[in-house]
Design a protein around this ligand. Structure first.
Ligand SMILES: *Cc1c(COP(=O)(O)O)cnc(C)c1O
Length: 234
């Protein structure tokens, strides 16, 4: 199957999941996750109509973005772990950072966005499974609340919502309780009505579990393998 055919098949499955959940297809975005795949593959996904792309590494995207400069309507989000010392480069290259996991990183990104003269959309990454090896803020942590409370001081960032990667499970249903927990967390934060916080985005669901994520309220699924094929092992 071509990239365009794979995208079309995913869009049909997304629409079916939306319909099962009584949701509008317009409420769930498809992000193509292009890590390890060349600029040419991103261009094919763009030709097939996609405009939202996720990349995991600042350095990798630095090498690709020059070849994609003419795709003015595409939006590139950083979705992989970001070290504070790469915040400047990230703010320069990306439209949004979906993996913010500390106040320190948010402050660095805010300063970098200010220097770039832009407003960066960000998501807060939540370690919803409490996994040792994974990045992200703990759901009920004081770190999460400190970051939310700092929003008025982060004038060049726009906090748009939450992102999570649930613990790996061989069966997509295994992720459902974690997706549900994320939606509850999003609703709890929304209900606090904090200044300068938007909670309209919930980024969750990947190639093997995106339908369950949509049923549980995801507004943005991040699909790599099901669009671009298997990644070479790094
Ligand atoms: C790689 C990656 C994805 C896509 O995973 P697939 O299983 O290939 O769809 C989504 N989100 C993040 C954060 C990733 O690193």
């Amino acid at each position: 199957m071509s990239i365009a055919e794979r995208i079309s098949a995913i869009q049909q499955r997304m629409a079916a999941a939306c319909s099962r959940a009584g949701r509008s297809v317009a409420d769930v975005q498809l992000m193509a996750v292009s890590k390890t795949h060349p600029a040419e593959a991103i261009r094919q996904a763009h030709s097939a109509g996609l405009r939202l792309f996720g990349e995991n590494r600042v350095q990798e995207f630095e090498g690709k973005h020059v070849a994609l400069r003419d795709m003015q309507d595409a939006r590139f989000h950083l979705i992989g772990h970001l070290q504070s010392n790469k915040a400047n480069k990230a703010a320069e290259l990306f439209h949004a950072v979906d993996s913010v996991d500390s106040l320190k990183l948010a402050q660095r990104l805010n300063a970098a966005a200010q220097a770039e003269g832009k407003i960066l959309d960000i998501l807060l990454e939540i370690n919803v499974g409490g996994e040792e090896a994974k990045a992200g803020l703990a759901p009920e942590s004081s770190d999460l609340h400190a970051l939310l409370a700092a929003a008025p001081q982060l004038g060049h960032l726009r906090i748009r919502g939450l992102m999570a990667i649930p613990p790996f499970s061989h069966h997509p249903e295994g992720a459902r309780p974690f997706f549900r927990r994320m939606r509850e967390l999003r609703d709890q934060i929304s209900a606090l009505d904090l200044p300068d916080i938007l909670m309209d985005q919930l980024s969750m669901g990947m190639s093997h579990d995106f339908e369950v994520a949509i049923e549980e309220g995801s507004t943005r699924v991040r699909i790599g393998t099901a669009i671009f094929g298997e990644r070479a092992k790094l």
